[in-house]
Design a protein around this ligand. Structure first.
Ligand code: ADP
Ligand code: BMX
Ligand code: ZN
Length: 288
């Protein structure tokens, strides 16, 4: 069975064909439209999936935002604005002529990474540090989605009550500080207006402010991981997303976590499927 897998992120869209939930081919990627309207997203999705759809028997979407019965709503409209109650699965069914499913991107990635860990781990949490900070929780081998699809939105837990306001409306969310957007938003002076990717390049060249911004993100993530350990007592935390997978980032998170009391320590590893965890997870979930 061939699945048309689609990943909708705040920065990029990706699609690929996945055979039997494992073999990924013909991967395509394009930026998420800057004009965050339903029409712009529809046009971009259409262009992305059109060459692949005729070869697939169903579609499976991993998307940023809350997915409830195939309908997408942003919890943080700054990341994917203008999309309240966007009928994601209905739109894709119409343009592809295929049946399919949709789930949150970090929930999907958690599912793929959990399968990759094998029988040794029964409880794990996936964290993406990307445009936002997303999460997916596997508890006793089951993916937690929650009755409204909100389960695992760990990026919207409190990091700092004196911190910046998050696009979700709360003050001081982990996402507002640790995400790619959070890193960029805090940049000042010569780094003002630059994106997280460029700030990482400056940090590698020894730029003190760039290093401090990345360290602030990594420390915030480490505190979240200690909270996660206290809440779920999981055996593993897996990190993904372009910030989470950037060279040196996980080492900083590990160093900050090591400063917490030992009871809160948990094994961290980078996503085995790297940028494809969402695509593969959606395809695997569709097989369930
Ligand atoms: P999405 O959120 O669409 O899934 P990404 O996982 O690529 O996309 O995350 C986008 C964020 O990651 C942006 O803030 C971008 O600046 C940052 N980013 C992209 N590439 C890198 C990189 N190589 N190193 C560090 N940060 C990166
Ligand atoms: C936001 C939220 C989550 C998502 C996370 C990571 C929106 C649009 N998205 O917290 O649902 O899982 O970002 O998304 O409200 P990404 O785009 O960074 O991969
Ligand atoms: Zn928030």
């Amino acid at each position: 069975m061939t699945t048309l897998a689609i990943d909708i992120g705040g920065t990029k869209l990706a699609a690929a064909l996945v055979d039997d939930g494992v073999n990924l081919r013909l991967r395509r990627e394009r930026p998420t439209p800057a004009s965050k309207t339903p029409e712009a997203l529809e046009a971009a999705l259409h262009e992305l999936v059109a060459p692949l759809a005729p070869q697939a028997t169903r579609f499976a979407v991993a998307s940023t935002g809350i997915i409830q019965q195939g309908v997408l709503t942003a919890i943080n409209p700054a990341n994917l604005g203008g999309l309240e109650n966007f009928p994601l699965t209905a739109y894709l069914a119409r343009i592809t002529g295929l049946p399919g499913i949709a789930l949150n991107d970090a929930q999907a990635a958690a599912w793929a990474e959990y399968q990759a860990l094998g029988a040794t781990v029964d409880n794990m949490v996936f964290l993406t540090v990307s445009t936002g900070v997303g999460g997916g929780i596997i508890s006793h081998g089951k993916l937690l989605q929650g009755p409204g699809g909100l389960a695992g939105h760990l990026g919207h837990t409190l990091a700092d009550p004196a911190g910046p306001r998050c696009g979700c409306g709360r003050i001081g969310c982990v996402e507002a500080i640790a995400s790619g957007r959070g890193i960029a938003a805090a940049a000042i002076d010569d780094l003002a207006g630059l994106d997280a990717k460029t700030i990482f390049t400056y940090a590698r060249q020894g730029h003190p402010q760039a290093q401090a911004l990345i360290d602030r993100s990594a420390r915030t993530l480490a505190r979240l991981i200690a909270d996660i350990k206290a809440t779920f007592d999981c055996e593993r935390v897996v990190t993904g997303g372009s910030v989470g997978l950037a060279p040196g980032y996980l080492a900083r998170v590990n160093a900050a976590l090591a400063e917490e009391p030992a009871i809160y320590h948990v094994e961290l590893s980078p996503a085995r499927f790297r940028q494809d965890a969402g695509l593969l997870g959606a395809a695997l979930f569709a097989m369930e």
